[in-house]
Design a protein around this ligand. Structure first.
Ligand SMILES: [Zn+2]
Length: 56
């Protein structure tokens, strides 16, 4: 199971996912995916621990 970085809920399926900064993020709903897609840096920073330190 992976965590939905937007609403912090554990999701099982891979129905809604997006690829960002070399990592795959899964979401509980299309809504959460859209929220993430709008501001991925806000959520990805919390989810991805060790990644390239690129300025936004
Ligand atoms: Zn969600």
């Amino acid at each position: 199971m992976v965590k939905d970085p937007v609403c912090d809920v554990e999701v099982e399926g891979n129905e809604y996912q997006t690829y960002y900064r070399g990592a795959n993020f899964c979401f509980c709903s299309l809504q959460c995916k859209q929220v993430f897609d709008k501001a991925p840096e806000e959520y990805a920073d919390a989810a991805v621990i060790d990644d390239s330190e690129m300025p936004a």
